[in-house]
Design a protein around this ligand. Structure first.
Ligand code: HEM
Length: 486
């Protein structure tokens, strides 16, 4: 009845006491996702915190997150109107724009472009996979060079360059190589991006932090510079594409997007500036995430040598020494897929999605959330829920295998790393193929080791993507080095 409904609508969201001015900012700690999960134990899966002047709802656990993102997909499809979001992609990003008719069209264009260059038909599929295998073989070459004479090196940066090359090849039909100084310098700064747009970043909720020198302001200043440099790199590449555009030949994703947005019919008012915005979305999203994934996987391979040995044995049985692995081997390499899923679950390297915002009043778990509320979605809490996972704090790829040693799809579908609903990642298939191929070529060709006696930390640096702390490895060639023509 009306009375009960009114009462329910008035129920305040539970949550911790918020201090004046800063709210709960000082309680987030080094790893806000674990803090959010801890608070969920006390306040329930849906609760409210305050950061600066923003009330923020935090969603935890599979049930509440699914209810919000699937059952109320439209109500949770917005993005907050943060100042940092406005400076991404020249202000024409799809990822950092709120829900609207224009956004829907923009997302559709980005989605169909990804499909056209990765999985549309068997030819594009093969070309895409071949490109990644070649990039992975190049990575092996670099790893071996850096390991000459038994040296140890930090693989993080080479993995970022490899991931960047993979997505640049799709977008621009061109890779930049590990020795391109300008490209490397640009990539060295990308991690500063996630520090600002990740959930819990303070500059958007405490704009006054910009008015005097402090660490948050300097991160934000760096963010603006990185965005400008990154965006001018994109602009110059799109400009080259416009100048050489031939409507008869679509060379790469940039051409495809130019063909649709610049030259196509009116698309809900999208302008040519949205072309650069879209390209920057695809490169930005495909870079930080895939390189974080590879960086964790390399660390876990050296941290757990018995797992690496099992993967080597499997690779020898399924692929053998005469050829490199391919996607056709996937069904026979179930333990490798299990290792990938377990890394996604265990590290949850995108622990909290990009912040969402409600587009209208909505009720989740009996609690009313008003329109235009910022919402954090804690994916980490889904992947570490002790009711869903046995010993969630242990790294154990076998949890994804069924009794026949095949990948258990019921278990893999419980991992949440690409989010759900209207804002779900549109690059998930591309990412999975990239990760699978990079990793299988690396494992096929190399044996990776840490310094004897060193105990590598599994602690992470928090941002939009979690990254491992710096670590070093050395690579040894297993058998014959197989090269691929680029
Ligand atoms: C958004 C995860 C790779 C394109 C997202 C989001 C997550 C995510 C969690 C935010 C969803 C939300 O806000 O609810 C990942 C992971 C990746 C990956 C874990 C790698 C392992 C990629 C790649 C591409 C891509 C390779 C492009 C080729 C995008 C785009 C969005 C997005 C365009 C924005 C969607 C929107 O706002 O509507 N991704 N992603 N991602 N991702 Fe990915």
């Amino acid at each position: 009845c009306l009375w009960v409904r009114n009462l329910r609508q008035k129920r305040r969201l539970p949550g911790p006491f918020a201090w004046p001015v800063v709210g709960n900012a000082m309680q987030l700690g080094q790893t806000p996702h674990t803090t959010f999960a801890r608070l969920a134990k006390k306040y329930g899966s849906v609760y409210q915190i305050r950061l600066g002047r923003s009330d923020i709802v935090v969603l935890n656990g599979d049930k509440a997150i699914r209810q919000a993102l699937i059952e109320h997909s439209t109500e949770f499809a917005g993005r907050p109107n943060f100042i940092s979001f406005q400076s991404v992609g020249g202000g024409k990003s799809m990822t950092f724009t709120t829900y609207s008719k224009q956004w829907k069209m923009h997302r559709k264009i980005a989605q169909s472009t990804i499909r056209a260059f990765s999985s549309a038909n068997s030819q594009t599929k093969a070309a895409f996979e071949q490109q990644i295998v070649a990039e992975a073989a190049e990575l092996v070459e670099i790893f071996l060079k850096l390991s000459a004479g038994g040296q140890y090196f930090n693989p993080g940066h080479e993995l970022t360059v490899a991931a960047a090359n993979a997505i640049c090849a799709l977008c621009f039909g061109k890779r930049y190589g590990h020795n391109d100084a300008e490209f490397r310098a640009l990539l060295e700064k990308v991690d500063q991006f996630g520090q600002t747009v990740g959930a819990g970043s303070l500059v958007d909720v405490m704009p006054w932090l910009q008015s005097f020198p402090n660490p948050v302001r300097s991160v934000f200043e760096n963010f603006k510079t990185v965005n400008r440099e990154f965006f001018s790199f994109i602009q110059s590449k799109v400009k080259e594409h416009r100048e050489t555009f031939d409507p008869e030949v679509t060379r790469d994703m940039s051409d495809a997007i130019i063909g649709i947005i610049d030259r196509g019919d009116d698309r809900e008012g999208l302008t040519p500036d949205h072309t650069e915005g879209t390209v920057s979305d695809l490169i930005g999203a495909g870079l930080d995430t895939v390189s974080a994934a590879l960086s964790w996987m390399t660390l876990l391979l050296v941290k757990y040598p018995e797992i690496q040995t099992r993967l080597h044995t499997l690779m020898d049985q399924v692929v053998g020494p005469e050829r490199l692995p391919s996607m056709q081997d996937r069904d026979n390499l179930a333990y490798l897929d299990a290792f990938i899923y377990e890394t996604m679950r265990f590290t949850s390297f995108v622990p909290v999605t990009i912040p969402h915002c409600t587009t209208s009043d909505v009720t989740v778990d009996g609690l009313r959330i008003p329109k235009e509320t910022v919402v954090f979605i804690n994916q980490w809490s889904v992947n570490h829920d002790p009711l869903k996972w046995k010993d969630p704090h242990l790294f154990d790829p076998s949890r994804f295998l069924d009794e026949n040693g095949s990948l258990d799809k019921d278990v893999t579908s419980r991992v949440m790393i690409f989010s759900l609903g209207k804002r779900r990642c549109i690059g998930d298939q591309v990412a999975k193929v990239e990760i699978f191929l990079f990793l299988s070529v690396l494992i096929h060709q190399c044996s990776l080791e840490k310094r004897p006696g060193e105990d590598l930390s599994l602690n992470s640096l928090y941002s939009l993507t979690l990254r491992p702390l710096d670590y070093k490895v050395t690579a040894r060639l297993r058998g014959r080095q197989l090269k691929v023509k680029q």
